[in-house]
Design a protein around this ligand. Sequence first.
Ligand code: MG
Length: 335
Amino acid sequence: MILRHRPVELQLRHTFRLARGASDSRTNLIIEVEDDGLIGLGEAAPIARYGQDWRSAATAVEKMVEGLKDPRCFDSAVDRAAVAGQPAASAALEMALRDLAGKRLGAPVYRLAGIDPKPMPVTSFTIGIDEPEVVAEKVRQAEGFAALKIKLGGDDDRALLEAVRAVTDCPLRVDANEGWTLEQARVYLPWLADQGVELVEQPLPAGQIEEMRRLKDISPLPLFADESVGRASDIPALAAGFHGINIKFMKCGGMGEALRMIAVARAHGLKTMLGCMVESSLAITAAAHLAPLVDFADLDGNLLVTNDPFRGATVANGRLVLPAGPGLGVDPRDV
Ligand code: MG
């Protein structure tokens, strides 16, 4: 098996502002694994918060490929070869090997996993933190989406959400990105419920599980863990403080672990959401192959980018549509 990789700089449509900071572009790693004349594609979106970048992901993928005996046996082999602290690299390699397997067998990845592609969840479009007028304009541009995800946790969350509500009746999901205190969250949650918000992601900082327990007791809205959760083994301890979890390939290490997370979450009575980082249509489409299994999708990372190098899953009437081709069904796009 031959491995090739290259960085790709994804330009963001809008400066991306979170409770934690701002950025105009992201550099991801694209990998190709070639075997028997077929090429499998994978993408890593390294997470700077956890000390990763495209170089560390590239080094990790190279090391993992050395430890891989047979590209057809990826399920536990990628886990065994995983480099500590580099789950985005694992996600990229596993994605590429599943793409390769699908192309070898002439079947889409969701078919190989036995997934019915029909019941696709509504996917949300993310509106980043900005001045209320800018937010209102972004919301107008997002027409056609059946749910919007509003990033809060800034200085004036009420004004921001009111600016959104003034221009749309669309169901809203709120992501506070750890931006509130317990006291703030207690005040915000009933008000957000009145505003037609359907769920709130990561209201409090990741370590505050005891505070989350108290918040869950009184919350009128479902609370989803994002920064608090990485892998399946994190889930049991979170069940008392959250109603659901956000699953991201780049944090958990790929599709295999994401499937385990869905199973563990269900076993604990938790809802599931599939989320993403800023990713091209390659990694977004890989996650979309699992979307029929979850309650909510938030797979819009590719739509926040102006120079997406791939085409794959699309959105119609607010729901994801999977491509028909074998493997991931992703093709390069001329940009
Ligand atoms: Mg989040």
